[in-house]
Design a protein around this ligand. Sequence first.
Ligand SMILES: *Cc1c(COP(=O)(O)O)cnc(C)c1O
Length: 217
Amino acid sequence: MSIKNNLTHIKTTLPEHVTLVAVSKTKPVSDLMEAYEAGQRIFGENKIQEMAEKWEQMPKDIQWHMIGHVQTNKVKFMAPFVSLIHGVDSLKLLQEINKQAQKNNRIIDCLLQIYIAEEETKFGLDQEELASLLSSNEFKELKNIRIVGLMGMATFTDNKDQIKKEFLHLKSIFDSFAIHNPQFATLSMGMSGDYQLAIECGSTMVRIGSSIFGGRN
Ligand SMILES: *Cc1c(COP(=O)(O)O)cnc(C)c1O
């Protein structure tokens, strides 16, 4: 199947309220252009430098999402153009994003990453850390970032019951904070292997790579 066919097929399966992020990490610009020509305007990358290079080469009506773990010292390279940062997991990182956003005269949208998996390797905050971050004075001083929701990654496993449990856990955290934060509208969860389940569990944004562009080496 071509990239265009893959995209068209996935889009027909997505409910209208779910946003598709085409995860194009490691793929050449020619592949991204094929998706662009098929109408895709939101792309997700996990390395800042790679994203910046693609941003320079591609049409300017694309929204670039940073979906990977962000190193504080690299925020400045994406601050001029990034449209959503998914994996924010510390006040220190938020402060740096705020600083760089200010320099670029922008407000940058962010999702806070919540730790829901059983694997030690995944990043993210737990529910308590999220609550204390959002209620801290340091956070309230940040005027050039906007937290628009949460992001999470389930354990890498074939056990659907476990994945479902983790997604529902994230959804319940999301709901409990969305009540007090009207701008909390985005719940980013679900990848190629589990996005249908994620949508059943309340996802509003799916990050799909290999099912669109094929496997990565
Ligand atoms: C690579 C990646 C994806 C996409 O994974 P696929 O299985 O190829 O769909 C989604 N989210 C994050 C955070 C990723 O790093």
